[in-house]
Design a protein around this ligand. Structure first.
Ligand SMILES: [Zn+2]
Length: 424
């Protein structure tokens, strides 16, 4: 199909019906879903997904970390697949759409191609990643992380259940999803993931489609401010080296940096420990944490400078330790353009957006050209049993996913070379 997009449409009612049927597995009284990774219910959801994929003519493989791949062949079996999907596990008080939407949208895409008898050039693969939520087994995004080489397989399988200590590997074995296939190592031509936004931006803008251009970087800092303990009475104000006053100024600076780079920067101090924490002693030491997120790395370093300035103003020492770093992830420009063009061709109002949360696509972006499609969720609420989305928005997102995926599955050659760190 040379010269532009075919502009096909999915069956939105069928997509909705599949989502609602899937949501019965682990349904909670408040209308949410509790389907923890590698639990019996996760196994049940996986088997339903596999049955639906096989009914749609796909060949299903399961790898050693339990990731499920369902392939619809293309005209050229030698080409790497265009992959799309998300995860089937949920938070303990999760909703019907987080993760499930991306997997069911992939299934609906394949069902639509079947209805139309449409043959793509490259194969299409629907994927359900293991343990995206990181709720039962931390960290998050283990299945896609092992696939992308972020964690090794043994490390992934050894993750213990946060309550009982039983390992992810043992639980996958028990539910029948410790598959035989090696994890990763095979080329993926493109990875698309459809997901609810899990934030309020699209709903507030009244737009059904978010063209996700990348994911925010995260830096977690641990800051220790050291002054001098002294008696609260006899110590005159000019002689004090009050660590808590310094920390308070730093916390205010953290907040101001967050506001200065709105709407995408998020800056949070969520933990503070004051020493000695006594009402008539000037605090000698304060420890606090900072969770700082922004799509552009240079902004993240402003924090260090602000802390040093606050400390030196009143003769304190501040040790700023970077505890964890997750670089900003730009998605592949060709795939982002395919998503944007598909939204435009369907006549959907859309805007570029940055993902504030982690997703499997963020790890996939390290090994394959990747992009995401966001749709609004009601009130921007997710990780909650009341999580909800409008059927027409879910249909819109799936239409965009379908046409963006077709753009890549019918592309003449591989996408242009692209390195996730932004260099070329
Ligand atoms: Zn998710």
């Amino acid at each position: 199909m040379p010269g532009g997009m075919p502009n096909l449409q999915v069956n939105g009612e069928r997509l909705w019906a599949s989502l609602m049927e899937l949501a019965q597995i682990g349904a909670t009284p408040k209308g949410g879903v509790c389907r923890l990774a590698a639990s019996d219910l996760d196994g049940q959801a996986r088997r339903l997904f596999i049955r639906w994929c096989e009914e749609a003519g796909c060949t299903v493989r399961v790898d050693k970390i339990g990731n499920i791949f369902a392939r619809r062949p293309g005209r050229d079996p030698h080409l790497a697949p265009v992959m799309t999907g998300s995860h089937l596990d949920t938070q303990p008080t999760g909703g019907k759409f987080d993760g499930a939407y991306g997997v069911m949208a992939g299934l609906e895409l394949v069902r639509t191609l079947n209805d139309l008898g449409y043959e793509t050039t490259a194969p299409i693969e629907i994927v359900a990643w293991t343990n995206e939520e990181g709720s039962r087994f931390s960290p998050a995004m283990v299945g896609s992380g092992v696939f992308a080489g972020v964690f090794d397989l043994a490390e992934g399988l050894a993750r213990p259940d946060n309550l009982t200590g039983v390992t992810l590997g043992a639980e996958l074995e028990r539910i029948g999803f410790a598959g035989p296939e090696p994890v990763g190592g095979c080329p993926v031509a493109a990875y698309f993931e459809a997901h609810i936004e899990q934030g309020p931006i699209l709903e507030a803008a009244g737009k059904p489609i978010g063209v996700v251009t990348g994911a925010q970087g995260q830096r977690w800092y641990e800051i220790t401010v050291t002054g001098q303990e002294a008696h609260a009475g006899p110590t005159p104000m000019p002689r004090r080296r009050d660590a808590l006053v310094g920390a308070a100024r730093m916390i205010d600076a953290v907040n101001r940096i967050g506001h200065a780079y709105a709407p995408y920067a998020c800056a949070t101090v969520g933990f503070v420990r004051v020493s000695p924490n006594s009402r008539n002693t000037i605090p000698g030491q304060v420890f606090f944490t900072v969770d700082f997120r922004h799509p552009y790395d240079p902004v993240l370093s402003h924090l260090r400078q602000a802390c040093q300035e606050a400390a030196s103003a009143i003769g304190l020492e501040a040790e700023v330790k970077e505890f964890w770093y997750f670089p900003p992830t730009p998605f592949h420009p060709d795939l982002v353009a395919a998503v944007r063009n598909a939204a435009g061709a369907q006549g959907y109002a859309h805007q570029d957006i940055i993902s504030g949360a982690g997703h499997d696509a963020v790890y996939m972006a390290r090994v394959a050209p990747s992009a995401m499609v966001f749709v609004p969720c009601i009130g921007g609420i997710s990780h909650n049993e009341i999580e909800d989305a409008k059927p027409e928005d879910l249909t819109a997102g799936c239409n965009v996913l379908l046409n963006a995926a077709l753009d890549r599955a019918n592309a003449a050659g591989p996408p242009s070379t692209f390195k996730p760190d932004g260099s070329r």
